[in-house]
Design a protein around this ligand. Structure first.
Ligand code: AQP
Length: 330
């Protein structure tokens, strides 16, 4: 049994990418491992957020975690800003991290426009990986289930933990990224060479877990494919079709090979319709549960209880770090 930590930002409505890259995996992993699942609201403010929207999205994310099957009896669920140890350790780790290594993070380069927008990009966006390292290291995490886009941040977390352990004495467990090949990167529907992202300005690029069946069908019908007619799995040459095949396979459990065989001689429209129907089938019970949880307030209660448990574990690590770094203890 390994200690597992992972989180999702409430920076929009959670997407099908978040579901396959994170939530559906969280649900499986809670059966075998000791899991801490967080809603990382402090990461969300590295780019501008409307305060009311952030609060609503955080409550919705709480309900969506449970609606997707995370069980607060099996995993500890909490909101990052409810455990102040995260930002305290993040500060300490910022003093361990180097400007050069943070500057090499591709997510920072992408989200900051390659450094061209230095007067509008927040310092928090630059130091984000130190906060993410704090999230992980506070819980002596062994494995971090993430999509492929987060691999570089986990590698940085390992470097920071190793450097801290070397300079101040053994303190942190060194975490491993835990990435599954399939589902690790669901692509945008309008531009299938880019990751599906909840904060994209184009709602047609993503499937929100709260989209109606009509919206889902419309979005898949419009999804970008290619000018050929052949249905085969080739992420490089046919990113749109490959993305659809992957989503269908993840929804139904049927192998990509078997789907491709079934589609010999059939058109892209048929595939798009089947993918849309499978996604609707997947999301209908999740949405029903989501609305029940949101109305009852049950999800928020689970996150309140979870924060108490998380604080206890986090504070043990933080206390050790304070001592190791030489802070006066009275
Ligand atoms: N498209 C995706 N395919 C597979 N996994 C994905 N994840 C996100 N998008 C996909 C995984 O979901 C977890 C939480 O991600 P996050 O919300 O913390 O940040 P993100 O990766 O930046 O997600 P978004 O949706 O793209 O958010 P915004 O638009 O706010 O930046 C991670 O494990 C991530 O890998």
């Amino acid at each position: 049994m390994a200690r597992v930590f992972s989180g999702i930002q409430p920076s929009g409505k959670l997407t099908l990418g978040n579901y396959f890259g994170a939530l559906s995996r969280f649900v499986k992993i809670q059966e075998t491992d000791e899991c801490m699942y967080c809603i990382v609201d402090q990461h969300a403010i590295t780019v501008p957020q409307d305060p009311e929207a952030l609060r609503r999205q955080t409550i919705e994310a709480c309900a969506m975690y449970l609606a997707c099957g995370i069980d607060p009896e099996k995993a500890i669920v909490f909101v990052q800003s409810h455990v102040s140890a995260h930002t305290e350790l993040a500060w300490m780790l910022q003093c361990v991290a180097r400007m050069g290594e943070l500057g090499r993070m591709t997510q920072f380069k992408d989200k900051s426009g390659g450094g061209a927008n230095a007067d509008v990009v927040s310092v928090g966006l630059f130091t984000y990986p130190a906060l993410m390292a704090a999230d992980i290291l506070l819980y002596q995490t062994e494995r971090v289930p993430v999509g492929i886009d987060q691999k570089q941040h986990i590698e940085l977390t390992r470097d920071l933990a190793e450097r801290f352990n070397r300079d101040y004495g053994d303190t942190f467990t060194i975490p491993e990224p835990w990435i599954e090949e399939i589902g690790a990167k669901i692509m945008a529907l309008d531009e299938p060479t880019k990751k599906m992202s909840k904060s994209s300005p184009n709602p047609n690029s993503y499937i929100s877990l709260l989209d109606t069946p009509e919206e889902i069908k419309k979005k898949f019908a419009r999804a970008t494919t290619d000018s050929e007619r052949e249905i085969r799995y080739d992420r490089e040459a046919k990113p749109g079709i490959s993305n659809l095949l992957e989503i269908l396979s993840l929804c139904t459990g049927e192998s990509i090979e078997s789907i491709v065989n079934r589609y010999q001689g059939k058109g892209y429209g048929d595939l798009k319709r089947e993918v849309a129907d499978s996604v609707v089938e997947l999301l209908t019970p999740i949405q029903a549960k989501f609305h029940r949880l949101l109305e009852s307030g049950e999800a928020v209660d689970a996150f309140r209880e979870g924060a108490k448990k998380a604080r206890e574990i986090a504070n043990r690590t933080l206390q050790k770090v304070r001592e190791r770094m030489g802070f006066l203890q009275l």
